[in-house]
Design a protein around this ligand. Structure first.
Ligand code: NAD
Length: 314
């Protein structure tokens, strides 16, 4: 019988639907309602054959402390919380669920475009506080959206933004689907060009050594004055101190993020700015995406465990 550790908080909400798939497995769930610490991961993973993981740390320490571990299945695509080198050294395979949450994250991104363009966040808060001042917004039609990263999510955002009659350019040296680019009339630019022409810049790249603090003070300074930044990818892509400078100095009109370098962020100075908005990493948190991800990640885990040999569920 396989012992599997399942950590994503939202998986726990749909676990009943997944039970038939996991028949015969001994399942350890994350029942804390929050992301697990490294210490908790070490303890819970120590006897596991497989881990189905959200954003909780699968560090070298966790991997080395789990002698039976044969497979890791990521609930999503961002694998920056997983020490892939340590997995490779043990020959432990890792699977992800590409595409399962593309639409949900893209829809959130489009929502944030509207929120920023019409200052909806501050406007609604002001009415609740007894005010009624009408801040002038901007239309999205005809504006330029710059996508940094044109992968699964970036492409879904591009399609929707074109539907809103926005111009869409992108920076992604690895994206080669010329047909998609032609069909959706996207413009390929260098990062510097994109930052200079975009009214809205939206980040859709993975967190890697190359992309960490991609949006530093220099690059934020290259953005069009009065432009907006959206980050639904990973908090560490943005130098938060530099973003504070860009927003408080009025260099940028606003920023909306779904991710932060530390989640939850605690008492961060950015949260005191009216033109900064942070949602609690809800990009993939829709019923549809959660169900798709849970099913795909469970199937991946069981497939990898079956391929590893050993005694499976009966
Ligand atoms: P993806 O792998 O399909 O696409 C990423 C794209 O980024 C690829 O096209 C790749 O070529 C490009 N890229 C990689 N390095 C680059 C670089 N240095 N410069 C420019 N482009 C680069 O991934 P995706 O599904 O589109 O997801 C993007 C990111 O969104 C994920 O890695 C994850 O961190 C994040 N995400 C967040 C949520 C959320 O809940 N907010 C949910 C899912 C994913």
């Amino acid at each position: 019988m396989w012992t599997v550790l399942i950590t994503p908080k939202s998986y726990y909400e749909v676990r009943k639907e997944m039970e038939p798939l996991l028949k015969g497995c001994r399942v350890i769930y994350n029942e804390t309602g929050r992301t697990l610490t490294e210490e908790e991961m070490c303890r819970l993973a120590s006897g596991a054959d497989g881990i189905l993981v959200g954003v909780d740390p699968v560090s070298r320490k966790v991997i080395e402390g789990a002698p039976r571990l044969k497979a890791v299945s990521k609930y999503g695509v961002g694998v920056d919380n997983i020490d892939r080198e340590a997995l490779e050294e043990r020959g432990i395979p890792l699977a992800t669920t590409p595409g399962a949450n593309n639409v949900s994250v893209a829809e959130l991104t489009v929502g944030l475009l509207f929120v920023l363009a019409r200052n909806l966040y501050a406007a609604a808060a002001e009415v609740k506080a007894g005010g009624w001042s009408r801040v002038r917004g901007t239309e999205l039609t005809g504006k330029t959206l710059g996508l940094v990263g044109c992968g699964g999510i970036g492409r879904e955002v591009a399609r929707r933004a074109r539907g809103l009659l926005m111009k869409v350019c992108f920076y992604d040296p690895y994206f080669q689907d010329e047909r998609f680019i032609r069909e959706h009339e996207l413009e390929r630019l260098s990062l510097e060009e994109l930052l200079a022409v975009s009214d809205f810049v939206s980040l859709h790249v993975p967190l890697t050594g190359e992309t960490r603090k991609l949006m530093n003070r220099e690059r934020l300074g290259l953005m069009k004055p009065g432009a907006y930044l959206i980050n639904t990818a990973r908090g560490e892509l943005v130098d938060e101190e530099a973003l504070h400078w860009a927003l408080s100095s009025g260099r940028l009109a606003g920023a909306a993020c779904d991710v932060f370098s530390k989640e939850p962020p605690g008492d961060h100075p950015l949260l005191r700015l009216d033109n900064f908005l942070l949602t609690p990493h809800v990009g993939a948190h829709t019923h549809e995406a959660v169900t798709r991800m849970a099913k795909a990640a469970t199937e991946n885990l069981l497939r990898l465990l079956a391929a590893s040999g050993g005694s499976g569920p009966r």
